[in-house]
Ligand binder design. Structure first.
Ligand SMILES: Cc1cc2nc3c(=O)[nH]c(=O)nc-3n(C[C@H](O)[C@H](O)[C@H](O)COP(=O)(O)OP(=O)(O)OC[C@H]3O[C@@H](n4cnc5c(N)ncnc54)[C@H](O)[C@@H]3O)c2cc1C
Length: 1012
C-alpha cells in the first residue's frame, strides 16, 4: 500500500496497534487504523466479533436493524489485509513502553479448524448436548458445538469445553463422525502468542447490570419480568422466538407491557451510582418496535427523568408518545407483585397527581443499566491503567481517551456509559491518538492486497447467478424465498439461483464465491436488504472471485418488500419476484467498468478555531499532515473563551491556552484568523478554497468545525433586571476574585431548548446549573439555591454531581412546559411562581438572583457553509452526518468531515472526542497517495452534447463544467452518480453507469411481460 508519509524518518516505534475488544467500538478503531496504514491486532475473548451490538434488534433513533449495520463491519474487519483477528483470546501480560509494547496473548482452543470448516452445521445437528444459550440471554438452548449467532465471524463453530461430552466425560464424538471436512480436532490446545505493538486501544465494552439482587422487581422469580437485553433478543428475528413477542410463562402474546427505567442505575444502595445514558432511548425504541409488531399492545414507560439528550432524541420521544401512543408515567416503581395463578404482574405506583395506583401488566421489562465489562479490573491491572471509584478507566475530561499509561488509549463504555454513535466516535478518536503516536511508522508493516486478475467477460453472454437471502425470518418470514429463486431461474441470462440463510455472513459470502467459480458466472444478483449498507460488501466478494465488481447488483426485497408488506405475504412474494426479475434484466446489460485514480493532497482545511477545530488541527498536524486553520474571529478559542471550569472542576482557561499555543507553534499548521472561506471547488483529495483576503488554499480534506452560539433569552424578563442573568454570566461572576454572593438563587432550566421550534436538548445547560450551584454551595454554604427543571440530564458519570448538589442542599423543583415558572416583581423584589402537580397549587419562591440556563443554537455560518460545500442540515439547523450511527463525523460527500457543535450540542469532553475522531477519519484519507473514483458515475458523450448547460445548472456537485472551448466537459471525480444530469439532458449525452437508459427500459420490460 502506498502511503502519504511526508516525513519518513527512521523510527523505533512499531507500526502496529493492539485493539482489545471487537464490538462496534473495537472494530471502528481497527478499521480506521488499518485504513491509515497501521497493522492492527484485534483481540476478542468471545468466539465471534460483534459484541453487544450483535445482540440488539433495531437501534434508536433511526430504527435501523443492528445486525444489518454491524454485519458488513464484521466481514470488513475480518477481510481487511491490515487487521489480524484473534478470537477466544485474552491478553495475559504487557511489557514495554509507548511505541514498543510486547503483548502476550493466550488463545483458548476452538477445537474446530477454521481452515477446514465449511460452516455446514452438520456437527451442531448431531450434537446431543443442549445448554442455555447465553447469547439469547438464556431464553433458549444451544448445542455444545455451536456458532455464537448465525452471522458469526469467523464462521467456524466452537466447542464449549465445559459442556462437551467428549471433553468432560470422554464419550460421544458424534460431531467428528458427521464432519466430512475433518475439521474437528480435540487435540487443539491453548496457544500463547507474542505480539509487538506501538500502541494499545482498550475497548472491552459493557456488561449489563444483573437485577437479581434487586429483589423488589422479582427478576428471576417472576417469569414475565425480563431484562431489556432479553427483550432485545425476543424482538430479534434471530432471537429465541424468531421475533415473536411472547410471555415466558404461557407463550401468549402480551397485550400490556411496562418498562421500568433506571433498574440498577442511579442508586448506589441497590445498584450503581451512575446513569447508564442509553436506557431512556432504548426503552422508547423497544416500545415503538413492540407497537410495530402488534399495534394493539399497550406500552407504558415508568421513568424518573427522561434523559434523551442526543441529536434528534427528543423528537423521537415525541413521536413515540404522539404517533405510537406510548404512555409515559413519571414515577419510581418500588415493587412488582406476581399473581401466582395467571403470572400477571401488578405494579404499584404513585402517579404525577400523587394518586396511589395498582395496575396489571402482562409483562414487565427492566431497563437495566450498564457496567464496565466483567474483566475490567483485571484488564486495568494488566495494562497498568488507573480506574476510577466506579470501575471505569480514569481519564481527564479534557483528554477523555488518554489513560494513565502512555501509548494506551481507551474508548467506549470502559470510559463511561455511551450509545453506539458515541462509542464509534470515541473509538475513531482513540485511533487518531494512536495514529499521532505512530505517524513515523505508518505503512511500515502493512501488506499489499493481492486480488486475482480480473476475468475478461466483455464478449461473454450473460451468465447471471441469483442469490436469494432469507435474512433469517426478516425476508423469509414474509416472502416465499424458494418461489422467488425458482421463478427467476428461467429468466433470460440466468444460469443459477440459490437460497442463502444470511448472504452477508461469511459462509454466505464463501458460497457465492464458490458458485461463481463452479458455474462460471459473470453477473451476480443478490436479493436481500439495502444496497446502502451491503452493496460494497458483495462487490468485494465478486471481485475476490475474479469478476469486475460492477457486474453485481442488489435487489432490495427486504426494506422495499418484506418489511413494508409484512401483512400481505402473497403480494410481498409477487413483488419480490418482480423486483428480482427487473434486477436480472438490468444486470444482463451490465458491462465491466474500469475506474480512474486520483491523487490526494495531504493537507486539511479546518474551518473554525474553537476547541473542536483546534483539536482536529493539532491531531492532524501530529499525524504529519499540513493543516490550514481558518477562523473568522481575531482570536482562536471560540465559545470556550467564556468558560472557566467544567462540571468536573478542570480549569478551562489554561487548557485552552495550552492548546492554542500548541497549534500556533506547530510547524504543520498555518493559522488564518479574521478569515472566512469565500469559495471552494474540487473533489475528495483535491479541493481549492479561497479566503476573503484572496489567498488560495489547496487541500485534500475539509473539516467543518464552525461551532454554534449561545441562545440570548428573550423570555423571563432577561435584560429587564440586573437580577436576571444567564449561567454564563453567573460563571463569570464566580470566577471574579471580588465576587460577593446573593442570598437566594433560583435557576430555571431549558431556556430556549426542548420546545418548538427548537425542540432539542442543548445538553450543556444541566451541567452548567449543577456546576454553578455546586460552586456556590461549596464556597458559600449559606446561599439558598433552587433549580427549576424539566428533567435533570446529568447523564452517565455526571450523575454524581446531581447527587453532590442535592447533598449540599440544593433544592430541585419540577415544572412542565405547559405550566412554566412565572417571574413576578413586587416591592419585596423578584420572585418566581412555580406550579406543583401533586399539591395542585402555585408556590412563590423569592429570589435575589434568577439564573437562566440558556441553550445552544447553530452557528450563523451554517447557511453560507451549506451553499459553499453543498451540505445538509437537520430541522434544527445542525449539519447532517453521513450516517447517524456508523459515520458520525463524515459528511455524505467524500473528503468532508464535521465535528463539535456544528454537528449538535455537546460538552467539552464530547467535543474533544469528536474532534479527534474527525482527525482520525481525515487522517486515514490523507494517508493514501491516491484514491480510486467510484464506477457508478455519469458518462458524458461529447458527440451528442449541445452544451445547452441544463446539466451545468442542475448538478449539485459541480461535476459538469465549461472547458476552454466553451463546451461542457465532465469531472468524474466530482460526480456522485446521482443521475440528475442524465434526467435533464435533452440530447441524452449523459448516461449513468449501471443505470443506462437501455438498462432501465429492460427493467420495465421485465415486469411488463410478467403482468401480461
Ligand atoms: C438492552 C440494550 C439496548 C441498547 N440499544 C441501543 C440502541 O438502540 N442504540 C444505541 O446506540 N445503543 C444501544 N445500546 C448500547 C450499545 O449496545 C453500546 O453502546 C455498544 O454496543 C458498545 O459497543 P462496544 O464495542 O464499546 O462494547 P461491546 O459491544 O460490549 O463489545 C466489547 C467486546 O469486547 C470483549 N472483551 C471484553 N473484555 C475483553 C478482553 N479483556 N479481551 C478481549 N475481549 C474483551 C467483549 O466480550 C465484547 O465482545 C444498547 C445496549 C443494551 C444493553
Amino acid at each position: 500500500m502506498t502511503k502519504n508519509n511526508p516525513e519518513q524518518l527512521p523510527t523505533d516505534k512499531v507500526g502496529s496497534v493492539l485493539v482489545v475488544g471487537a464490538g462496534i467500538g473495537g472494530m471502528q478503531a481497527a478499521l480506521d487504523l488499518a485504513e491509515s496504514g497501521l497493522l492492527v491486532h484485534m483481540i476478542s475473548e468471545e468466539s465471534s466479533i460483534g459484541g453487544t451490538m450483535s445482540r440488539l434488534d433495531k437501534t434508536f433513533p433511526t430504527g435501523d436493524c443492528a445486525m444489518c449495520m454491524i454485519s458488513p463491519r464484521m466481514v470488513e474487519s475480518s477481510r481487511h489485509p491490515n487487521i489480524k483477528l484473534y478470537t477466544l483470546s485474552k491478553v495475559k501480560n504487557v511489557s514495554g513502553k509507548a511505541g514498543n509494547f510486547i503483548v502476550e496473548v493466550t488463545q483458548a482452543p476452538r477445537y474446530v479448524s477454521s481452515e477446514k470448516c465449511t460452516g455446514c452445521a452438520a456437527c451442531e445437528d448431531a450434537c446431543p448436548v443442549k445448554v442455555p444459550n447465553s447469547f439469547n440471554q438464556d431464553q433458549n438452548k444451544r448445542k455444545a458445538i455451536y456458532a455464537l449467532f448465525p452471522q458469526a465471524v469467523p464462521n467456524t463453530r466452537v466447542i464449549d469445553q465445559d459442556n462437551c461430552l467428549y471433553l468432560t466425560r470422554d464419550v460421544c464424538k458424534k460431531c467428528v463422525k458427521v464432519c466430512d471436512a475433518e475439521a474437528i480436532s480435540f487435540e487443539d490446545k491453548e496457544k500463547t502468542i507474542e505480539l509487538k505493538v506501538g500502541a494499545v486501544i482498550l475497548n472491552p465494552g459493557l456488561t449489563t447490570y444483573d437485577p437479581r439482587p434487586n429483589r423488589e422487581y422479582g427478576f428471576g422469580k417472576h417469569q414475565n419480568v425480563l431484562t431489556s437485553l432479553q427483550y432485545e433478543r425476543l424482538l430479534s428475528a434471530s432471537g429465541p422466538c424468531t421475533g415473536e413477542v411472547v410471555r415466558p410463562s404461557d407463550k401468549k402474546h402480551p397485550k400490556k407491557i411496562a418498562w421500568i427505567q433506571c433498574a440498577g442505575s442511579r442508586n448506589g444502595h441497590n445498584g450503581n451510582n451512575w446513569c447508564s445514558s442509553v436506557c431512556c432511548m432504548y426503552a422508547a425504541k423497544q416500545s415503538v418496535i413492540t407497537k410495530e409488531h402488534d399495534s394493539e399492545v399497550d406500552t407504558t414507560i415508568f421513568y424518573m427523568e427522561q434523559r434523551t439528550f442526543g441529536k434528534d432524541f427528543d423528537k423521537f420521544i415525541e413521536r413515540a408518545k404522539n404517533d405510537h401512543g406510548v404512555r409515559y408515567i413519571r414515577s419510581m416503581v418500588s415493587e412488582i407483585i406476581e399473581d401466582p395463578e395467571t403470572k400477571d404482574l401488578f405494579i404499584h405506583y404513585v402517579d404525577e397527581e400523587g394518586k396511589n395506583i395498582n395496575e396489571q401488566y402482562d409483562m414487565v421489562v427492566l431497563s437495566i443499566g450498564f457496567e464496565p465489562h466483567k474483566n475490567s479490573q483485571q484488564t486495568s491491572s494488566i495494562f497498568g491503567v488507573d480506574q476510577n471509584d466506579d470501575g471505569f478507566v480514569q481519564t481527564s475530561r479534557l483528554s477523555p481517551t488518554k489513560t494513565s499509561s502512555d501509548g494506551i488509549f481507551v474508548s467506549g463504555i470502559y470510559e463511561g456509559p455511551k450509545d453506539i454513535p458515541e462509542t464509534v466516535t470515541q473509538a475513531s478518536g482513540a485511533a487518531a491518538q494512536a495514529m499521532e503516536l505512530l505517524s513515523d511508522s505508518r505503512g511500515s508493516l502493512v501488506e499489499e492486497v493481492n486480488l486475482p486478475p480480473e476475468k475478461d467477460t466483455h464478449k461473454e453472454e450473460a451468465r447471471t447467478g441469483v442469490f436469494v437471502c432469507h435474512c433469517g425470518i426478516n425476508i423469509a418470514g414474509v416472502v416465499d424465498v424458494e418461489a422467488v429463486a425458482s421463478e427467476v431461474l428461467h429468466e433470460p441470462g440466468v444460469s443459477h439461483t440459490e437460497n442463502i440463510m444470511y448472504a452477508c455472513a461469511p459462509d454466505g459470502q464463501q458460497k457465492i464465491k464458490d458458485i461463481i467459480e463452479d458455474k462460471g458466472l459473470n453477473r451476480v444478483v443478490v436479493a436481500s436488504c439495502t444496497p446502502r449498507t451491503h452493496a460494497g460488501l458483495f462487490q468485494d466478494t465478486i471481485r475476490e472471485a475474479g469478476l469486475n465488481k460492477y457486474l453485481f447488483e442488489l435487489a432490495d426485497i427486504r426494506e422495499q418488500c418484506s418489511w413494508c408488506h409484512q401483512n400481505d405475504k402473497e403480494a410481498a412474494t409477487r413483488k419480490a419476484i418482480d423486483i428480482v426479475k427487473m434486477t436480472v434484466a438490468k444486470t444482463r446489460l451490465f458491462e465491466p467498468i474500469s475506474t480512474d485514480s486520483i491523487t490526494i493532497d495531504p493537507t486539511a482545511l479546518v474551518i473554525g478555531g474553537g476547541i473542536a477545530g483546534l483539536t482536529t488541527s493539532l491531531s492532524l498536524a501530529n499525524q504529519g499532515y499540513k493543516v490550514e486553520l481558518v477562523e473568522k474571529e481575531e482570536k482562536l478559542g471560540g465559545l470556550l473563551l467564556n468558560v472557566h471550569k467544567n462540571l468536573e472542576g478542570d480549569e478551562i482557561g489554561p487548557f485552552l491556552q495550552e492548546t492554542i499555543e500548541n497549534v500556533s507553534s506547530h510547524s504543520n499548521i498555518t493559522i488564518h484568523t479574521n478569515s472566512e472561506v469565500e469559495t471552494s471547488d474540487g473533489f475528495v483529495g483535491n479541493f481549492t478554497s479561497t479566503l476573503n483576503n484572496g489567498k488560495e488554499l489547496k487541500h485534500g480534506a475539509t473539516i467543518i468545525a464552525s461551532g454554534g452560539k449561545e441562545y440570548i433569552p428573550e423570555e423571563y424578563g432577561y435584560g429587564d433586571s440586573e437580577k436576571i442573568i444567564t449561567q454564563r454570566e453567573l460563571e463569570a461572576e464566580l470566577a471574579d476574585q471580588s465576587f460577593v454572593p446573593n442570598n437566594v438563587y433560583v435557576m430555571i432550566q431549558c431556556i430556549g431548548s426542548r420546545e418548538n421550534p427548537f425542540n432539542y436538548c442543548s445538553r450543556t445547560c444541566c451541567q452548567d446549573a449543577l456546576k454553578n450551584a455546586i460552586a456556590l454551595k461549596t464556597n458559600y454554604p449559606e446561599t439558598e439555591i433552587t433549580i427549576l427543571y424539566r428533567d435533570m440530564r446529568s447523564y452517565g458519570l455526571k450523575e454524581k454531581y446531581y447527587k453532590q448538589a442535592r447533598d449540599l442542599g440544593v433544592h430541585f423543583f419540577l415544572f412542565t412546559p405547559e405550566k412554566k415558572p412565572k417571574i413576578v416583581e413586587s416591592e419585596n423584589g423578584l420572585s418566581v411562581l412555580v406550579y406543583n402537580n401533586v399539591m395542585n397549587k402555585e408556590f412563590e419562591l423569592y429570589a435575589d438572583s434568577i439564573v437562566l440556563s440558556t441553550g445552544l443554537r447553530p452557528s450563523d455560518e451554517v447557511e453560507k457553509l451549506v451553499k459553499l460545500f453543498k451540505l445538509t442540515c437537520n430541522d434544527d439547523g445542525f449539519f447532517m452526518e453521513a450516517h447517524v450511527k456508523l459515520r458520525p463525523v463524515e459528511f455524505a460527500s467524500e473528503g468532508l468531515f464535521l465535528t463539535g457543535l456544528a454537528h449538535s450540542p455537546k460538552n467539552i469532553d464530547e467535543t474533544v472526542n469528536q474532534a479527534h475522531a474527525a482527525a482520525g477519519k481525515a487522517g486515514a484519507l490523507l494517508s493514501h497517495t491516491s484514491l480510486t473514483v467510484s464506477g457508478i458515475i455519469a458518462n458524458h458523450n461529447r458527440d451528442l452534447c449541445m452544451s445547452c448547460l441544463a446539466c451545468f445548472k442542475a448538478c449539485p456537485f459541480g461535476a459538469p463544467f465549461l472547458d476552454e472551448d466553451g463546451k461542457i466537459s465532465h469531472n468524474k471525480a466530482k460526480c456522485t452518480g446521482c443521475g440528475i444530469c442524465a434526467g435533464v439532458c435533452p440530447a441524452k449525452a449523459f448516461q449513468i453507469n449501471n443505470f443506462k437508459d437501455d438498462q432501465i427500459l429492460a427493467m420495465i420490460d421485465a415486469v411488463s411481460h410478467t403482468k401480461q
